[in-house]
Every structure is written in C-alpha cells, then in structure tokens.
Design a protein around this ligand. Sequence first.
Ligand SMILES: CC(C)(COP(=O)(O)OP(=O)(O)OC[C@H]1O[C@@H](n2cnc3c(N)ncnc32)[C@H](O)[C@@H]1OP(=O)(O)O)[C@@H](O)C(=O)NCCC(=O)NCCS
Length: 133
Amino acid sequence: MVTRGNLLYPEKLDGFVVVEKNKRVGLLTYRILDGECEVVTLDSLVEGQGVGSSLLNAARDLAVSNRCRRLWLITTNDNLHALGFYQKWGLQIAALHRNALEESRKLKPEIPMIGKNGIPLRDEIELEILLTP
Ligand SMILES: CC(C)(COP(=O)(O)OP(=O)(O)OC[C@H]1O[C@@H](n2cnc3c(N)ncnc32)[C@H](O)[C@@H]1OP(=O)(O)O)[C@@H](O)C(=O)NCCC(=O)NCCS
C-alpha cells in the first residue's frame, strides 16, 4: 500500500478481523503514529451486513483508548462506493491530494492507471473523524 507517499506493508501491521461461523469475513489494518490512527486497509467479504462498520467502530474505539487526536484514512478518487460508505459512517473529507498517485506509482509502479468504475486513478482523498479524549 502507498498512502501519503509512504510505502506500507499491511501484513506487518496490527488489525482487526471479523469472524462469522469460523470464516474470516472482514479485515482492517491500522497504524498509530504521532497521536493519530490511520486505517491502512479495510476489506469486507460480505458487503451490506455491517462488517465494514463494525471494523471502523473497533478502530475508533482503539484510537480513543490510545488518546489519538483523530482517526483518518486515504481512499482514491475512483472508489465512489467507499467514499459514500465512509461519509455515512461519520468520516469527513479533510483534504484532496490531487495527482498523488503519480508519486505513489514511483514507489509501486503496478498501481493501474484506470481504477474502479473505469475512472482514471489520480487523487488521494483524506477522510477523518476528530476524537475527543
Ligand atoms: C467499503 C466496504 C469496506 C464497506 O463494507 P460493508 O461491510 O459493506 O459495510 P457495512 O455493511 O457496514 O455498511 C454500513 C452502512 O453503509 C452503507 N453504505 C455502504 N456503501 C454505501 C455507499 N456507497 N453510500 C452510502 N452508504 C453506503 C450501508 O448501506 C450501511 O448502511 P446501514 O448501516 O444504514 O444499513 C466494502 O464495500 C469493501 O470491502 N469494499 C472493497 C474494498 C474497499 O474498497 N475498501 C476501502 C478501501 S479505501
């Protein structure tokens, strides 16, 4: 993964898993740095059943208990579904990093030029929720 110009290896990060009937159906990875909690990956294998929300809830609770100032994440301009989901959950758009994927491709050249929905993959959209101790 590349977020904000940092190459991250999700398999080395801590995370949360949702297990249903002995099957893993959701995974969130995160990192805590400088008093902020970044959600690095979020994947639900059974969409629309609350898995994604419960993972974000767990990350927010962890961030609060670690006295983080905010929970934040990056999605890309093509991921219209995630953008809707995150805002409904309570995250707010905090910044638009135009053409950030140009820099990301220097670290991870296999990032495609065209993303989801046939949309050119160009920008990072930063979303956050501010946390009160
Ligand atoms: C985005 C993702 C994690 C959502 O997971 P999920 O398990 O479907 O999420 P939930 O079931 O908890 O959905 C929670 C709510 O968000 C709503 N929602 C989901 N997508 C939405 C959208 N595009 N717009 C508005 N609301 C949306 C659901 O209807 C649900 O509402 P409800 O609680 O009122 O019923 C999942 O679609 C996914 O894994 N996508 C592929 C990977 C990905 O893009 N990850 C994000 C990378 S940045």
